[in-house]
Design a protein. Structure first.
Length: 263
């Protein structure tokens, strides 16, 4: 989804790309859930659903906006501060227990991500703050998702995320609307389904495991960002991107192995 979004934001305003992402997910959700729509829309946590959806929407806006100026690998690398933020927030908000080995693994992963945007890369500018703010907002989204999963159906959370994002984006896109090239209509119509599938799986993941345990797996996004950047945009990862990516992936695997061994 990030790769497709990067392609689209080169020719369209980020908010229009975000609108397409949420609208296609909302339409698909209503079609798939139509037999149980009334039941799924019922919630006792509307304010939390609203806040949770707002966190994800703001994260998406900052992330997609940064794709216009930075490489996919760079954006994903900066975004990797989100797992460490999730771990910290899970301790103070969810009261989850995080062992020393998991803290160590998360810190190593963060170090690898920082290595990618280290001195000499030329990334330290205003645009760097966009994925950084996206990471913070996403961290709050993850924590609120974990909290809701103790009380709410995953389908309810999934539907409200799409619906609220679609409504907000529809209002915001009006003054920035750009006519869509006929060749891009199919992409605009379906690329949001990639995000829908990912977030649907994410909701279930946080239903069955702790946020602090799952957080390091976000580091794999650095690798995907480098791969898609290379194949679709001829962006060649630097030496630091490759080394940093290896560090963050192995840190996530290490944390997973330690957790399975402990259980």
């Amino acid at each position: 989804m990030d790769a497709v979004a990067k392609s689209l934001v080169q020719n369209y305003p980020p908010i229009q790309v975000i609108w397409a992402r949420y609208t296609s997910q909302t339409v698909a959700s209503f079609i798939l859930l139509s037999p149980i729509l009334a039941k799924v829309l019922k919630t006792d946590n509307f304010k939390l659903q609203l806040s949770r959806s707002a966190f994800l929407f703001f994260a998406t806006f900052c992330f997609f906006s940064s794709l216009k100026y930075l490489k996919l690998s760079e954006v994903n690398a900066i975004f990797q501060i989100s797992p460490i933020l999730v771990t910290v927030l899970s301790v103070y908000i969810l009261k989850e227990s995080v062992g020393r080995r998991r803290w160590l693994g998360v810190c190593f992963g963060l170090t690898g991500a920082l290595l990618i945007i280290g001195p000499g890369t030329g990334l330290f500018s205003f645009t760097v703050f966009l994925p950084a703010v996206a990471a913070l907002s996403y961290g709050f989204y993850v924590i609120s998702t974990r909290y809701l999963n103790t009380e709410e159906s995953p389908l309810t959370s999934f539907l409200y995320t799409a619906l609220i994002g679609c409504i907000v984006a529809t209002f915001l896109v009006i003054p920035y609307w750009t006519p869509i090239n006929p060749d891009d209509l199919l992409i605009f119509s379906v690329f949001g389904l990639l995000g829908a599938a990912g977030h649907f799986l994410l909701i279930f993941a946080y239903r069955y495991s702790e946020a602090s345990f799952l957080a390091p797996f976000n580091y794999v996004g650095v690798v995907y960002g480098s791969l898609w950047g290379f194949f679709f945009f001829q962006e060649v990862p630097s030496f630091f991107t490759i080394v940093g990516s290896l560090i963050v992936v192995f840190s996530g695997i290490y944390i997973w192995l330690r957790e399975q061994s402990h259980k």
